[in-house]
Design a protein around this ligand. Structure first.
Ligand code: PLP
Length: 463
């Protein structure tokens, strides 16, 4: 079989052209236009010698789908081009992507410095699972204060971590500022860009070194399957710090043999993470799910554009509702992150955000149960609009004081705004707010009736 791979990502084409064509393979024998699903565990060797050559990596051919598969490779090439990286690795979920990306750098005894506002699943992964592996994760108090970062660097610090648009608070970080700090300290900057996607920002162009995504979200868009991806920017000089990152500078096959740095240069990190970390721990993405991700990626810009437009309209509408005390959307001029949004996100600031209701959990319950178009779900970045109450679901395991500190108030409602028609989404929210107002009126009337009944009786008793 002959396949040819198109290469893009050189700024020759616009984003939408690239998302359709980058990485695509054209199957020369059959003529399949779309990279097919190569649903196979392994690949046949022509002979005894051929098997030996493949295992020695001599012809770069395929061995077993845990390491590489043509469907996955085509999707990896597309994402690499969109992110302006040098190579990518698909894995089974976003959590797997974060885990293998960091285990490609860190080992027991190492220290990771992180921004404080992160997806709660990453925090529990760091606090509980990484702690059991002997990796300590420390959170800075103020990610905008470089002195705070500097004060916390230790001899065993090995990486810096953050999220582009932190889930769920949207308290944006200044990527360039943190990237400059990380570079000066000789530390790779790993960033989760799930909520932004390369259509809104390419973190590598702002100095980040490794980008991770939960590809289950916007990159797929259909909500049909989970996936994760690690993108190597090829812009961290691992060879400069052989004592910190010995995995890339040690001879691969014993004394005298080349190291990963020598053999692979700019892709040394991704090679290590693919073969030694993911290849052995085994969170392989099924080629079937890679194919579904490929279908989603082809429409990424169109969806994210619509997601962002709908979100700004909904955030603006929410801000004018008297029951709402705050809207965490950086696209709003009133938001504390608006200046960073203007600097880094000219195409929009995504579509996952919260708003807080003055009436706490009781009001959140009425709004969430009152929505008909929004699905009550723990997911985001779907073409469908979704809604969740973080305080009683994703953040329920935290103490009330910790939730308060993180801004996860009882009245916080998180939306993942979909691509439906803006007017229909606002009408659905209007319906839910009307139900809230009716309920408030009924409650006031009921308490008035109670007062009218109780007072004369109490009065009688007092007399
Ligand atoms: C920012 C972020 N990163 C990673 C993940 C984990 O992704 P997955 O559910 O695909 O494992 C999520 C899930 O919501 C997320 O919001």
């Amino acid at each position: 079989m002959t396949t040819t791979t198109q290469s893009y990502g050189e700024d020759n084409f616009g984003f939408t052209t690239e998302q359709v064509h980058a990485g695509e393979t054209v199957d020369g024998d059959v003529g399949a236009r779309i990279t097919p699903i190569y649903l196979t565990a392994g690949f046949v060797f022509d002979s005894f010698d051929h098997a030996q050559q493949r295992f020695a990596g001599e012809d770069g051919g395929l061995v077993y789908s845990r390491y590489a598969n043509p469907t996955n490779t085509a999707v990896e090439a597309k994402i690499t081009a969109l992110e302006r990286g040098v190579d990518s690795l698909l894995v089974a979920s976003g959590q797997a992507a974060i885990t293998v990306a960091l285990l490609g750098i860190l080992r027991s005894g190492d220290h990771l410095l992180s921004t404080p506002s992160l997806y709660e699943g990453s925090k529990t992964l760091f606090r509980e699972n990484f702690e059991r592996l002997g990796i300590e994760v420390e959170f800075v108090d103020d990610p905008h204060d470089i002195a705070d970062w500097k004060r916390r660097v230790r001899p065993n610090t090995r990486a810096v971590y953050g999220e582009t648009i932190p889930n769920p608070k949207n308290d944006l970080i200044d990527i360039g500022l943190i990237a400059d700090f990380a570079r000066e300290e000789g530390l790779p900057f790993v960033i989760d860009s799930t909520a932004s996607t390369p259509y809104l920002i390419r973190p590598i162009e702002h100095g980040a070194n490794i980008v991770v995504h939960s590809a289950s979200k916007f990159l797929s868009g259909h909500g049909a399957s989970l996936a994760g991806v690690v993108v190597d920017g090829g812009n961290f000089d691992w060879a400069r710090y052989p004592d910190r990152f010995p995995q890339f500078s040690a001879p691969l096959g014993g004394p005298g043999s080349p190291s990963l740095n020598e053999k692979f240069g700019k892709t040394a990190y991704l090679e290590y993470t693919r073969t030694i970390i993911a290849g052995r721990l085994g969170p392989t993405l099924s080629p079937l799910n890679a194919f579904l991700l490929q279908q989603g990626l082809e429409t990424l810009s169109l969806r994210v554009e619509r997601h962002s437009r709908n979100s700004l309209a909904i955030a603006t509408w929410l801000e004018s509702q008297p029951e709402v005390t705050s809207v965490d959307y950086p696209g709003l001029a009133s938001n504390p992150s608006h200046a960073i949004a203007t600097k880094y996100y000219p195409r929009g600031t995504g579509s996952v955000f919260g708003f807080t209701l003055a009436g706490g959990t009781a009001d959140a319950r009425i709004i969430i149960d009152g929505l008909e178009l929004f699905s009550r779900m723990s997911h985001m970045g779907d073409v469908r609009s979704l809604v969740l109450h973080p305080a009683t679901t994703s953040h329920a395991h935290l103490s009330a004081a910790d939730r308060e500190r993180l801004g996860i108030y009882d009245g916080l409602v998180r939306l993942s705004v979909g691509i439906e028609d803006e007017a229909d989404l606002i009408a659905d929210l209007e319906l839910a707010f009307t139900k809230l107002r009716v309920s408030d009126v009924l409650e006031a009337a009921a308490s008035g009736v109670r007062e009218n009944i109780v007072e004369p009786v109490t009065g009688a008793l007092v007399e």
